[in-house]
Design a protein around this ligand. Sequence first.
Ligand code: AMP
Length: 471
Amino acid sequence: MSFDELQLHPDLLRGIRALGFEKPTPIQTAAVPPAMTGRDVLACAQTGSGKTAAFLLPLLHQLLTGRDGRGDGNGRANGSGRGATRVLVLTPTRELAAQVAADMQDLARFAPVRAAAIFGGVAMGPQEQALRRGVDVVVATPGRLLDHLSRPYASLDRVEHLVLDEADRMLDMGFLPDIRRILGQLPARRQTLLFSATIPYEIADLAGRMLRDPVQVEMARTGTPAEGVDQSVYPVEQHRKTALLLDLLGRGDMEEALVFTRTKRRADRLAKQLSKGGIRAERIHGDRSQGQRTAALSGFKAGRIRVLVATDVASRGIDVEALGHVVNYDVPNSPEDYVHRVGRTGRAEMTGSAFTFVSLQEEADLQAIEKLIRRQLPRVKLPGFEHGAVFWGRKGNGNGNGNGDRNGNGRANGNGPSAPEGRRTEGADAGSNGAVRRNGNGALATAAKEDGPPSPARRSSRLGIRRGARR
Ligand code: AMP
């Protein structure tokens, strides 16, 4: 199917052409036609599937054609003067809200639609002014939206279309009470589109209450990462993860990478260690200001920063063209987070790789992931890094920066035991970690001094890759 066949408003078709989209993605083909006619939609789709345009296009089309009864039918979203907000998109994070608003501006660049992004971490003033002036579309995170709604200038009583984006993530982040409060301020008669990467019980329950006779669109089995993502697992001693990451970066076969840690502190520490190791790295997490996050993200997108270290919450909404590599420095706590993380690469028409560093302590978490995605991931064992590997760490800067850590052969990382020819891929061999060799010669103790004692609380994993290519 082509975009022309979808019969979208000509202004939108121009925007789509300008973006270089050649044809609708599967989620767009499935969700746009029913959503254009005003039907409710429950869509199970991952980040990277083109889901944002799948909900924006039909809603913009309705605004522009007056199909929802409010547009003037002449391509103007509002027939007169100060417009009331008619589309509300709720997202779990600031980054995603900013991303959705940016996507909207791109798609509607030839259409007279006014939009505002409403999220925390920045001043209320400009957002208040936008709301006072009147905008057709509001893309918001729940908390900041409620702040505005407690004031007289903000109203949602003319909203006709509601989108809940990444609903499962909103649930995980505890936004359900906020969402219920917002729903209470919306007209009961409206169109609702609910998008979620996974449909756990609570989301199905919410959908059952909110949606009227929804069209259900399931693009991928629940919890399945996008096709085209090459996923593998690197068994590694806990304290050797940074060294492994530096080693892989040092080979030059990984241009850039988005690297996930479990905690903000670990993100800070890893970014610092990478910088010390000569890698341009930045980090984004909940304690960073909006300005810092935006600067880090734009530096990464522009190629000034090679590694962006992120926590799960902060990663939502990161949309980087041609991101080839995602590294799970820490195995995520929740298997769903794995799917979300991996969704950062292999977006739309791209291919990518996702590497997960797994220490012995993280094996159970990995198994939960493999259960969710219903497949075992191939193990890649790099000599010198795998569980129980013999190496004599030198008391150094604590980061295994390619100068300090040495392998059992006395060669610096990046040249020796983990050189490409030493790489061995084992297909779907979950039991391969049973081959743990405890050397009993003090190597582990020495290593522990370098990066702290291995413990479940002190984890990291990460791997580098090369830029994704168009399939
Ligand atoms: P999303 O799943 O909405 O986060 O979209 C992932 C990426 O796919 C974004 O960079 C979009 O700009 C891009 N995209 C969306 N629709 C299409 C399309 N029909 N063709 C090519 N790329 C697309």
